[in-house]
Design a protein around this ligand. Structure first.
Ligand code: BV8
Ligand code: ZN
Length: 246
């Protein structure tokens, strides 16, 4: 597998690097992506599940879908791509990891600072009064837990379609995209906004943009370098070369 010299040279000169990850980074951990043929959306319609309307019209179904996903995540562990990205955190003066993923595998792999644009699936809060919920979520026949304060339905801390992204996370992600020398977009179909606008924002601000994705995306043609490899292969190789040429 060949990593172009131009990328290595850019990285050796870079003091500010930013990475945006999507579901593809967790694919090699056994977590299905959203839009791949066998993906999570294949069986369901996202608007039905990952949306406020979906939850309001069928809270039990949405809750069960998330519980199924939490089960898959609990059985999965970070893959070499996550560990390589965690390694990169200490290789540059400024390093920002921005993720659309809700599985927290970056944190499990050792990444300390992670901007979670779409929240996380492991924490929950009350849909009605918004209070954090730390009670039991594993109820018999996957019953949907109720808020002890107001009796409202409990939901995961993920950002649904039509919901605002966490303001600080999005703000810091945009600042990183504007300031970085090299921007990686890894394992994302670049379809969900505003996350999908970050690679172009980085490039317009002078960053060298690398896409790591075995398939083509709407961004592939614009990337300065497109590595058509799984992230679990490409990222460890980039880190190996950088350490070797230190
Ligand atoms: C908002 C919930 C506004 C958590 C998710 C029309 C045009 C433009 C935008 C819109 C529009 N209509 C509506 C919108 C806005 C909408 C949007 O972008 N819709 C899209 C679909 C058109 N965005 C929103 O609603 C956002 N909010 O805009 O709010 C607002 C303003 C004011 C006031 C109120 C509101 C909210 C977006 C967040 C939605 N939440 N999920 C959950 O359930 O997980 S989105 C869902 O998609 C996931 O979060 C996921 O992170 C995200 C992106 O998917 P990817 O990560 O890219 O995954 P995908 O499967 O698509 O791709 C995987 C890739 O990996 C593939 O390319 C594959 O080739 C690659 N791959 C596979 N294996 C590997 C690999 N790569 C590397 N290595 C491998 N081994
Ligand atoms: Zn409540």
């Amino acid at each position: 597998m060949i990593i172009p010299d131009v990328l290595i040279n850019r990285l050796k000169k870079a003091n500010n690097v930013a990475i945006l990850t999507g579901a593809g980074v967790s694919a090699e951990s056994g977590i299905k992506t959203f839009r791949d043929p066998d993906g999570l959306w294949a069986k369901f319609d996202p608007r039905e599940l990952a949306s406020v309307d979906g939850f309001m019209s069928n809270p039990q179904l949405v809750w069960e879908w998330y519980q199924m996903r939490v089960g898959v995540i609990n059985d999965s562990k970070p893959n070499p791509g996550h560990f390589a990205i965690a390694d990169m955190e200490n290789m540059f003066d400024v390093f920002t990891l921005i993720t659309q993923n809700v599985d927290r595998l970056h944190q499990q792999a050792g990444s300390k600072k992670v901007l979670e644009l779409h929240g996380n699936i492991v924490e929950n809060h009350c849909f009605s009064c918004k209070k954090p919920f730390n009670g039991e979520t594993n109820l018999p026949d996957q019953q949907l837990p109720k808020c002890p304060e107001c009796g409202g339905n409990i939901r995961p801390n993920v950002v649904w379609f039509g919901e605002m992204l966490p303001v600080a996370a999005l703000n810091n992600a945009e600042l990183a995209a504007e300031a970085c020398d090299v921007f990686f977009t890894i394992g994302t179909s670049t379809e969900v906004y505003p996350a999908a606008s970050l690679p172009l924002m980085a490039q317009r601000n002078g960053a060298f943009v690398v896409e790591v994705n075995p398939n083509q995306t709407s961004f592939s043609k614009k990337a300065d370098v497109q590595l058509a490899y799984p992230s679990g292969i490409a990222m460890p190789e980039i880190v190996r070369i950088l350490k070797e040429q230190k």
